[in-house]
Design a protein around this ligand. Structure first.
Ligand SMILES: Cc1cc2nc3c(=O)[nH]c(=O)nc-3n(C[C@H](O)[C@H](O)[C@H](O)COP(=O)(O)O)c2cc1C
Length: 130
């Protein structure tokens, strides 16, 4: 089993309802594909962690790469895992309040927390620069 973490930039014309649609599609597809994970949308960027068998991850990546709702995918890590960080989430939207790592992620590994932290800090920086 592997875990993939990436960031991407939301497309300029992303309608607000699209996030809900992404979660809805992901929930049913990921059940079918035995994938689990979480999605953060903050400051017009996505941060996603998805975990499962390599073949299922690879076919998701192919779909993600051609999805016009985002672009500039940057893989942060792709690594073997012994157990899932998100065994109960088919694809959970994790909401960010005041730029801090949310309560919903209180029990994830320090590695995952560091990635979230890094994403949130990066988002804050690009927001300031804009
Ligand atoms: C940021 C982002 C995250 C996504 N995450 C998933 C996911 O976890 N699982 C999934 O099946 N599709 C996900 N999608 C949607 C896929 O890109 C693609 O549209 C979808 O898998 C196609 O499914 P369908 O053939 O059932 O319509 C995501 C899209 C975006 C923009």
């Amino acid at each position: 089993m592997i875990q993939l973490a990436y960031t991407s930039d939301a497309s300029d014309n992303l309608a607000s309802g699209e996030i809900f649609k992404i979660i809805e599609t992901s929930s049913s597809n990921n059940l079918r594909d035995d994938l689990t994970g979480m999605l953060i949308f903050a400051n017009d960027r996505f941060f996603q962690i998805v975990e499962g068998e390599p073949a299922a991850i690879d076919s998701l990546v192919v779909r993600l790469e051609t999805d016009p709702r985002h672009h500039s995918i940057q893989v942060l890590h792709r690594q073997e895992i012994g157990e899932r960080s998100f065994p109960r989430w088919r694809m959970e939207r994790v909401r960010i309040a005041n730029g801090s790592v949310p309560e919903a992620l209180a029990n994830v590994s320090s590695g995952v927390r560091a990635l979230v932290r890094q994403f949130l800090d990066g988002s804050a920086a690009s927001e300031k620069a804009a």
